[in-house]
Design a protein around this ligand. Structure first.
Ligand SMILES: Cc1cc2nc3c(=O)[nH]c(=O)nc-3n(C[C@H](O)[C@H](O)[C@H](O)COP(=O)(O)OP(=O)(O)OC[C@H]3O[C@@H](n4cnc5c(N)ncnc54)[C@H](O)[C@@H]3O)c2cc1C
Length: 754
């Protein structure tokens, strides 16, 4: 794990969390390059391990058995994790583009984005077929197919298009699983018909004749019909059509044809082959741009190899070496792909066929071996060593060139006070890049050279103000800026006000000018992405350099003074409504220790990005009596503020409290936010606390929230309609978590029902 205060000298950006990049991340985590910042940009947070996919489909593995979790792995590598799909790069400006976020700068780039089955120009494939890739979409549609088959009456016909190893494995594994599904539902498994269609004259054309013969026999034994020499040229809702005039009836089509490349590498100007795969030399470097590396299915070697995960896996260690060498000015190593490799191809029923050169063999024992090899591979990435703080030198040898050394020499003597401000040139460049926004009541804003913003408050309105500021808890600066803005605005919404303006305050780690500029831009662009839709203007701010990244905003809102929501309005009979799930405190504490699943963190981030603006409007429409936004003090802390101010009791229903995925697991593993113990002191405000504290979710009542939901009292007779509307407005987790009663005990105003 890299020291966080090491200045960033170079940026290595990895696009895609494929089979080679997971190995790169692991190796850089074990042996960091001080001064190198790694950013992983990936469409999926969990990388499916292709070798185990048919086993997952057949029902032998669960999701986590066969997916590499990029969340903890990126944390282990000290890499920033950007959940985004890249749609282009500029190899001359060295920028990566992903929709909805600022460009990502790199010094060295590596691409491991895989491939998709070829369906170009074939009508109906996108609409009616289940393409084997992207695998997350396949898995989602696969689940729907399992349910369709389970609920079907009469025969069900499945056509698998593609006669390579992937198509054959999927035909066999889907048949095993779906026949079991029918059996379990008390139906006849014989109702399921499978046809495997291939354009080639025989199946598995990249394997030897012995392997082909074995699979022809196995497919026949399983009643899977094979149709060779049929190039599919159209898929409809009920049939598959081929160029030889054949038409095959189908209720579902699985598409596993040969690999195709996305269009963006070619459009970006990278050298590609006629199919669009990135051409690389023996050192895995792009033949057109030496600072770009490409591996796995996305790349084409001088001496091409089949598109198979095996090659991506083998490229991993060489790629890791070469990336390290590229950033530190050392020699690169060639990658020498093996001519023959042992392929273990499963038959769906815990049995496998081995293929190597002209040799083949089959047995149940081979499946056991394959299972052992695959699980061992997965343990490499899903069971990471404990993270230690790195005590290696401040910068890796060779990473800093003369210019970097000159820039860095000034860092040690950086001033405090006003001398710590981010330089005027950097600041003005950032300001020029940010979009301008105006409001009539913001008289002097960010575009003017004056010392202060000048705001007017329209007649009949008052201004409410709040400020929030905290240390970065994720590596994705743009998303952090957006969450910080959302968090700050929560106070404005909780008062029932309309956001008007904000001032930003940023502390950016000491570093090279380019890095400081990019960080500041990302933070402010992220904040603007949240402020703008609410109607608020970023009127100014202050930025300085410091030891660690931190960001916050002072926010201003306008409101008619007669309509201000306070904490003190709760009435007996009110229902207590919460609009978002809780658990961000424990989840991010776990994430810091690389103990949280990537999908939990991703879902928590999505929740933190949801604005409470419309929820506040809805709650107001239903006459909410009091409101607050859920932040650092957790549910109990904030509820105490409300009950004490309103002189009432609150009764909470423990099982009604909505929890973010994974939050219960992390608190039960004893992982709590560092603020939690202080919040826990408020437990004395709970009646019968000894009893209720035994509930497994009890610690979550004290979990500090970042950009949490609104906690409001809503008159009992209107709450049901209010919840329905919140759901329809995009707050699906909104729920009644309790109700308000007359005051019974000043000291302990909270009761919990279990
Ligand atoms: C059913 C089936 C079974 C298979 N079985 C085997 C097998 O047993 N053994 C074997 O060796 N091969 C197998 N293969 C082939 C294997 O799946 C591929 O060769 C392998 O996955 C390629 O690995 P990769 O590392 O290049 O990319 P992938 O493993 O596909 O990883 C690509 C990564 O890039 C990300 N990504 C993609 N596009 C973008 C983008 N634009 N921006 C950001 N991120 C992006 C994805 O989210 C993913 O994390 C099988 C294929 C199929 C369809």
């Amino acid at each position: 794990m890299q020291q966080t205060n090491t200045p960033v000298i170079k940026d290595l950006v990895l696009i895609g969390g494929g089979h080679a990049h997971v190995s790169v991340l692991k190796r850089f985590g074990m042996n960091p390059v001080p001064g190198l910042r790694i950013t992983l940009v990936t469409r999926d947070i969990h990388t499916p391990y292709s070798g185990m996919l048919p086993g997952f489909v057949a029902g032998h593995y669960d999701y986590d058995d066969c997916h590499i979790d990029l969340g903890p792995l990126a944390r282990f590598a000290g890499a920033r994790l950007y959940h985004a799909e890249v749609d282009g790069i500029d190899p001359d400006k060295k920028l990566v583009y992903a929709p909805g976020r600022p460009p990502i700068a790199y010094d060295v780039l590596s691409i491991n984005t895989g491939s998709r089955p070829d369906s170009v120009n074939i009508p109906g494939v996108d609409e009616y077929a289940l393409a084997a890739k992207p695998i997350d979409i396949f898995l989602h549609k696969w689940q729907q197919l399992v349910e369709r088959v389970r609920d079907s009456e009469g025969p069900f016909r499945i056509v698998v298009v593609g006669g390579g190893a992937g198509g054959v494995e999927l035909a066999l594994s889907t048949r095993v699983r779906l026949q079991n599904t029918l059996r379990t539902a008390g139906k006849d498994p014989g109702l399921l018909h499978h046809t495997l269609v291939t354009a080639s004259d025989y199946i598995m054309h990249t394997h030897n004749a012995g392997v082909r013969k074995r699979f022809e026999r196995i497919l026949a034994e399983r009643n899977i019909e094979i149709k060779t020499g049929a190039r599919v040229n159209e898929v409809t809702a009920k049939s598959v059509h081929a160029t030889d005039g054949a038409s095959i009836d189908s209720d579902a089509v699985i598409w596993v044809t040969s690999a195709s490349a996305p269009g963006w590498p070619a459009k970006s100007g990278l050298g590609v082959d006629s199919a669009g795969f990135i051409l690389v030399d023996d050192q895995l470097q792009s033949v057109s741009h030496k600072h770009v590396f490409a591996v796995g299915d996305a790349a084409e070697l001088r001496d091409p190899r089949p598109k198979s995960g095996v090659f991506a896996v083998r490229q991993g260690p060489v790629l890791a070496h070469n990336l390290r060498a590229a950033v530190t000015g050392k020699s690169l190593r060639p990658y020498r792909p093996q001519k023959n490799f042992l392929g273990l191809i499963s038959t769906g029923n815990q049995y496998a066929v081995a293929s190597r050169g002209n040799w083949s063999y089959e047995s149940a024992w081979l499946w056991t071996l394959k299972d052992w090899i695959d699980r061992k591979f997965m343990r490499n990435f899903n069971e990471l060593p404990d993270m230690k703080n790195d005590d290696s030198p401040l910068l890796a040898a060779g990473i800093a060139d003369a210019e970097a050394i000159r820039e860095l020499s000034t860092l040690a003597m950086r001033c405090g006070g006003c001398g710590a401000k981010v330089g005027a040139t950097v600041l003005s460049r950032v300001m020029q890049r940010l979009p301008d926004t105006h409001r009539d009541d913001v008289l002097i804003g960010r575009d003017a050279p004056d010392d202060c913003a000048m705001l007017s408050v329209p007649d009949g309105m008052v201004m409410v103000q709040s400020v929030d500021y905290f240390r970065a808890f994720i590596g994705d600066t743009y998303t952090f800026g957006a969450i910080a803005a959302n968090h700050a605005l929560g106070d404005i919404f909780a008062m029932g006000a309309e956001p008007q303006s904000a001032l930003a305050i940023a502390t950016v780690p000491y570093g090279r000018e380019r890095v400081v500029e990019e960080t500041l831009y990302d933070l402010l662009a992220g904040a603007l992405s949240i402020l703008e839709p609410t109607g608020a203007v970023l009127a100014g701010g202050h930025s300085s350099e410091g030891a660690e990244l931190a960001f916050g905003l002072s926010v201003n809102g306008l409101i008619d003074p007669d309509k201000v929501w306070r904490k003190q309005g709760l009435q007996p009979g009110d229902a207590i409504v919460l609009t978002k799930s809780v658990g961000t405190g424990t989840l991010f504490a776990a994430e810091m220790r690389a103990k949280a699943k990537g999908r939990w963190i991703d879902a928590a981030i999505q929740s933190m990005l949801v604005s409470s603006q419309r929820a506040a409007e809805c709650l107001q429409g239903y006459g909410a009596t009091a409101c607050t936004d859920l932040t650092g003090f957790g549910i109990v802390g904030h509820l105490i503020e409300m009950t004490r101010a309103s002189a009432v009791d609150a009764v909470l229903t423990m099982d009604a409290i909505p929890l973010l995925d994974g939050a219960l697991e992390t608190v039960n593993a004893g992982i709590l936010s560092s603020l939690q113990p202080q919040n826990l002191r408020l437990r004395r405000a709970i009646q019968d606390v000894e009893q209720t504290s035994k509930h497994p979710a009890f610690p979550l009542l004290f979990d500090p929230q970042t950009a949490g939901g609104l906690l409001a009292g809503v008159p009992g007779e209107r709450v049901s309609a209010c919840i329905d509307e919140l759901h329809s407005m995009g707050y699906p987790e909104s729920v009644i978590i309790g109700h308000v009663e007359p005051l019974s005990n000043q000291e302990s105003p909270i009761r919990i029902r279990i």
